[in-house]
Design a protein around this ligand. Structure first.
Ligand code: ADP
Ligand code: MG
Length: 545
């Protein structure tokens, strides 16, 4: 009789050893399968309906994984790398998950045969280092001195990132717009200085780029029609005060005994308002924006004095106006002087689709621009915005780190070939692991073919043969012709940084999952407990991360 040793609380679920590792790998494979078909220009989109019935259509790996709300602890790692890739470089989110999944897939065989995970991890780390060295060696530097050439390169990078999206048919149009937008910013290329506004209706080609701040006309009172809608070099007052009569009345309880006293209160109220309005008028401001409402009296007052006003401006828009036009957001009408008033070259209000927009062009302080998107359904516009975001990130990356590689699986195959060659020079069993890493890289061209309906085996064989030749390093999948082409001359370009980041993140994630051989789940933090869970977290389905 052996005494039973109880180490963990009753109900604790712990699984360990090889079966645990294999089960983690299988969970990751399930995640990868969910987004596998979205890769590349011929990738499919996913429609995800959340608990509230909200539908999202997307092709972006990170967006899809975020929506899926995965609870498996190991599979969550994949979601995390997709998110970090999205934050770090903005594109290549599907690629990074696919690569990580494929690395694990190749390992599964080895683990089942009894290889210790640490041997694999060591080789994978080394392979990653070699791969990055290779990318740096073969990437092509952009010549920034020639503005024309630089522009065409940037447009191509933006175009490649849009190839796989819903808007690929308009990619030339949007590539120009994105490059215009990014190059109009100043040195630091701040992302929040590109505003994107969605106006449902119209066609995609009616989208436009405004070199300044634009936002939808806010609600306005009578008298508004008489205000001028055009100014050159106006002074702009940005306020956080309510210019309405009701304000003072609502804030206090007043007891009056006769009509005269009541009249006095009403008069005072009007005086307070008029005093504020006079101060604003005297400051010389022509355009008055406020975060809080501007009432009908104030609107009429401004109209009489040849001024424009807009109340209830969204905070984000007001802040962008302030950053672009200078000045400050004031919560009093008293110290309005030139140092707190902003300015811009032209202000106007125009019709865009069914909405009226306020446009501030030629802003002196920071360079900013706004993309106004037109198009059909709401979901379509949202996916367009996400695709433009990817493209904008890519152009920023390309401008900052000036090296590109050819896409369409070309760079992956070239690295794969390099690693295979290298692995043959190793005498130990490390050779096998590095070859597995090299084989896993082929998943990108293979998946591109599968998604386009091509025979992936034939195309991969052709590609391997071509890469073995000295001038074949940029050969990749030709999505248009079910064949292989030199993707560098075909202008399918991607910033080298996207690939480097994707490889590093994918290999790190794979190593992380390989190094876990035991999961201990305490009963209180189990996710199928009551909603709210224990103090350890215990996130139920549908609750925010
Ligand atoms: P990710 O989220 O990883 O960016 P995408 O769906 O955007 O995934 O697909 C990117 C892949 O598609 C890259 O490997 C890229 O090289 C490839 N690709 C893009 N345009 C083309 C094209 N015209 N021909 C071949 N491959 C392309
Ligand atoms: Mg992409």
């Amino acid at each position: 009789m052996q005494p039973q040793i109880i180490l963990l609380k009753e109900g604790t679920d712990s699984s360990q050893g090889k079966p645990q590792l294999i089960s983690n790998i299988n969970a990751c494979a399930a995640v990868v399968d969910a987004i596998r078909t979205t890769l590349g220009p011929r990738g499919m989109d996913k429609l995800i309906v959340d608990a509230k019935g909200q539908a999202t259509i997307s092709n972006d790996g990170a967006t899809i994984l975020k929506q899926l709300d995965i609870v498996h602890p190991a599979a969550k790692t994949l979601v995390d790398i997709a998110k970090s890739q999205d934050a770090e470089v903005g594109d290549g989110t599907t690629t990074v998950v696919l690569l990580a999944g494929q690395f694990l897939h190749e390992c599964k065989r080895l683990i089942e045969e009894g290889v210790h995970p640490h041997n694999i991890i060591r080789s994978f780390r080394k392979a990653t280092r070699l791969a990055i060295e290779k990318i740096n060696e073969i990437s092509v530097k952009i010549n920034k001195d020639d503005p024309k050439e630089l522009r065409s390169i940037l447009e191509k990078c933006a175009g490649t990132s849009m190839n796989s999206k819903l808007i690929h048919q308009q990619k030339d149009f949007f590539a120009k717009m994105v490059v215009d937008a990014v190059t109009s910013l100043d040195e630091l290329l701040p992302l929040d200085m590109i505003g994107i506004k969605k106006v449902p209706g119209g066609s995609l080609e009616e989208s436009l780029l405004i070199d300044g701040v634009a936002f939808k006309k806010t609600f306005s009172y009578a008298g508004f029609e008489m205000q001028p809608k055009n100014y050159n070099n106006p002074k702009i007052a940005m306020l956080n005060i309510e210019l309405e009569l009701k304000a003072e009345r609502d804030n206090a309880e007043i007891r009056v005994n006769n009509v005269e006293e009541y009249q006095k209160i009403v008069d005072t109220e009007w005086n307070i308002l008029y005093e504020k309005l006079d101060l604003i008028h005297k400051s010389g401001a022509k355009v008055v924006l406020s975060k809080l409402p501007i009432g009908d009296v104030a609107t009429q007052y401004f109209a009489d004095r040849d001024m424009f006003c807009a109340g209830r401006v969204v905070e984000e828009d007001l802040k962008r106006t302030m950053k672009a036009c200078g000045g400050a957001i004031m919560s009093t009408a008293h110290d309005l002087n030139d140092s707190v008033l902003g300015t811009c070259e032209t202000f106007e209000e125009t019709q865009i689709g069914a909405d009226r927009y306020n446009l501030f062009r030629g802003c002196p302080q920071t360079k900013t621009c706004t993309i106004v998107l037109r198009g059909g359904a709401e979901q379509f516009l949202e996916e367009t915005e996400r695709s433009l975001h990817d493209a904008i990130m890519i152009v920023r990356r390309a401008l900052r780190h000036d090296a590109v590689v050819a896409g369409g699986g070309a760079v992956e195959l070239e690295i794969s070939k390099h690693l295979r060659e290298y692995s043959r020079s190793i005498a130990s069993k490390e050779q096998l692991f590095m070859a597995a890493f090299a084989k896993a890289l082929e998943v990108i061209p293979r998946q591109l073919c599968d998604n386009a309906g091509f025979d992936s085996t034939t195309i991969l064989n052709k590609l391997r043969a071509r890469h073995a030749e000295p001038d074949g390093k940029w050969y990749g999948v030709n999505i248009l012709g079910e064949d292989i082409t030199d993707n560098f001359t075909a202008c399918v370009w991607e910033p080298a940084l996207v690939k480097i980041n994707a490889l590093t993140a994918a290999s790190e994630a794979a190593c992380l999952i390989l190094s876990v051989d035991e999961t201990i789940k305490s009963p209180r933090s189990s996710h199928d407990g009551p909603p709210g869970g224990g103090p350890m977290g215990g996130r139920g389905r549908g609750r925010p991360m």
